[in-house]
Design a protein around this ligand. Structure first.
Ligand SMILES: C[S@@+](CC[C@H](N)C(=O)[O-])C[C@H]1O[C@@H](n2cnc3c(N)ncnc32)[C@H](O)[C@@H]1O
Length: 227
């Protein structure tokens, strides 16, 4: 199925589904206030560890220490999926300055897991290291500097959650590299789904995978590797 066809087919149905949802949204906004409604806001901290990570996320955004980073809504989704999956091993391609990595760490400090993250740009890699240290998560993160098309060849351990957010024309190659390592029941998440039609075609035409296209924020293809 082409993406264009899918979008056209969705038209009327999406409208029918969206109308009651919008009504419910307005009701909840009136009842609970705007803050409750907005996935664009940082969540409330429930522990000191969480508070420390959230403070760095907040500071990075306020001081502009980001580079093509995920919006808050997507960061929250990454954390939610990772924590729900009780992931112990997360692999991220495209660290940038560590923003999405810190969202994963919010989940991993709860699951006792680890993040391995890959970045080609030395300046951004150094900023990410500084941010991980400031947030107190440097002990749970391995940052691998270099071209991930080469450096990911070292990965041997099972992966619970893989996140693709680097060079867009590399997504299919990353998928082919990481998929054999993703455990059955694990997730492959790909950011900016509208920029990677070949990748979306690949994950939606493989019967061993099930993919949901989440269109909030930058758009995320959420793929389950079936058991
Ligand atoms: C969209 S940004 C990642 C944003 C990050 N995930 C976040 O939300 O904070 C993409 C990053 O991938 C890096 N990148 C691009 N090609 C790469 C490659 N071949 N290997 C490793 N990193 C790469 C870029 O240097 C850039 O920092």
């Amino acid at each position: 199925m082409s993406l264009g066809t899918g979008k056209r087919k969705l038209g009327r149905r999406a409208l029918l589904l969206a109308a009651p949802a919008a009504g419910a949204g307005l009701w909840a906004q009136r009842r609970f206030g705007r803050r409750f409604m907005e996935s664009e806001n940082l969540p409330l901290a429930g522990s000191e560890a969480e508070k420390r990570i959230l403070a760095v996320l907040d500071e990075m955004a306020r001081e502009g220490r980001l580079y093509a980073s995920v919006p808050v809504s997507d960061g929250r989704m990454l954390r939610l999926l990772t924590e729900t999956a009780n992931a112990k091993s997360v692999v991220e391609i495209g660290t940038s300055t560590g923003y999405s990595g810190l969202w994963f760490c919010l989940a991993l400090q709860a699951t006792g897991g680890r993040l391995t993250t890959f970045e080609i740009d030395p300046g951004r890699a150094q900023m990410a290291r500084d941010h991980f240290k400031k947030a107190g998560v440097d002990g749970m993160v391995t940052l691998v500097e270099g071209d991930a098309h080469q450096t990911t060849a070292r990965l041997k351990e099972p992966i619970d959650v893989a996140f693709l957010d680097a060079d867009k024309d590399g997504y299919v190659a990353y998928l082919n590299r990481l998929l054999p390592l993703v455990r059955p029941g694990g997730l492959i998440l790909a950011h900016n789904l509208d920029m990677v039609p070949d990748y979306v075609r690949e994950v939606t035409s493989n019967p061993r995978l099930d993919t949901v296209l989440y269109r909030e924020g930058g758009g995320l293809a959420i793929t389950l590797k079936k058991r």
